[in-house]
Design a protein around this ligand. Structure first.
Ligand code: UDP
Length: 323
């Protein structure tokens, strides 16, 4: 049995990773400051002896006693709405938080995997994006707090690897969806499904010609797990190359939910990338990984999840978002 520390454990990706590590028979230490995470996402693990939870902010000194084999750093706001609301925290968790966890990994001689993002490519001039592309990011734009924190995260992780010989992994995560996404985080999947469930029009930003490629959570977790178990140190893209425009995506959600609402257009947020599609040649060749869940199948599952939420949750989340 290995011992893994997962930061951001109460978040969307973090909580699914906790589930996977528990299912693999490992001991999991979850850590979260609960700014954007929700304890409900991991409550079902609390009765397990192999699960511990620390309510802690990783930008403060992190101490975990005893042995540790793996650290997965997934603590960070991850939606444009969140990092516009809490920009300083976003910068700190990607920079100071990463620094603290790299130090912890050194102390414990643990392997560390850090969660980077397709946002390191910014508004990409290369399509699809492969790992050798350096990106097109504005350091001072509204997304800069997230993008640059993650670019720093990659940089300091490689420095710890080269300078201290630390055993490191870097995953570049593309848009991922699944259960436990927050209805009020502003990301397009919960936004559109939430609107359909509340009987509101679907808000497409810009003319909807911008593209994204959506990965189902189970595929994402499988890719991350394989990367951790591999010996590959350079960054790897994990994402589904199946690209769609946001307008087509809105139409897909209307069909899926059977809503009678229409599509309305709102201004495109500043620095919203116009296209995004991962080149997953490396993941295929090195990890033997590729996505298995088609968008139509994944969306059905996530729709069932959002439908199962209470009316209170559906409307409360919406009110928080509006405020
Ligand atoms: N988007 C939209 N309507 C919404 C929320 C998002 O049209 O209500 C668009 C957004 O402008 C972006 C895409 O959907 O082009 C994906 O947005 P999301 O916030 O999910 O992720 P990111 O922009 O970080 O890829």
């Amino acid at each position: 049995m290995k011992k893994a520390l997962i930061t951001g454990a109460a978040g969307f990706l973090g909580s699914h990773l906790c589930d996977r590590f528990i299912a693999e028979g490992h001991h999991v230490i979850g850590m979260d400051n609960l700014i954007t995470g929700d304890i409900k996402n991991i409550e079902h693990l609390f009765h397990l002896e192999r699960f511990e939870f620390f309510h802690h902010d990783v930008t403060k000194f992190v101490h975990v006693p005893g042995r540790m084999d793996y650290i997965l750093h997934f603590a960070s706001p991850a939606s444009p709405i969140d990092y516009l609301k809490i920009p300083i925290e976003t910068l700190k968790v990607g920079s100071l938080g990463t620094l603290n966890l790299l130090g912890l990994a050194r102390d414990h001689k643990a392997r560390i995997l850090v969660a980077s993002t397709s946002e390191v490519y910014g508004d990409p001039l290369v399509h699809p994006q492969n790992e050798d592309y350096y990106g097109n990011v504005s350091p001072i734009g509204p997304r800069g707090v997230y993008d640059e924190a993650k670019r720093f995260m990659e940089s300091i992780t490689m420095a710890y690897h080269r300078h201290h010989g630390l055993d490191t992994r870097i995953v570049r995560i593309f848009n991922t969806y699944g259960s436990r996404m927050r209805l009020n985080d502003g990301r397009v999947v919960p936004a559109f499904i939430g609107q359909a469930l509340r009987g509101e029009d679907l808000t497409v930003f810009g003319d909807g010609s911008q593209t994204r490629s959506f990965t189902y959570i189970d595929d994402q977790v499988e890719g991350i797990y394989r990367l951790l178990m591999s010996d590959h140190v350079e960054p790897i893209n994990i994402g589904n190359p199946d690209e769609t425009t946001i307008l087509e995506f809105a139409e897909e959600i209307i069909k899926l939910t059977g809503t009678n609402q229409k599509i309305i257009f709102k201004p495109l947020p500043k620095d919203d990338p116009l296209q995004r599609q991962p080149d997953i040649t490396r993941a295929r060749e090195i990890l033997g990984w590729e996505p298995k869940v088609h968008r139509s199948e994944g969306l059905k599952k996530v729709y069932e999840y959002f439908k199962s939420l209470s009316q209170d949750e559906l409307y409360q989340a919406h009110r928080d978002f509006q405020s």
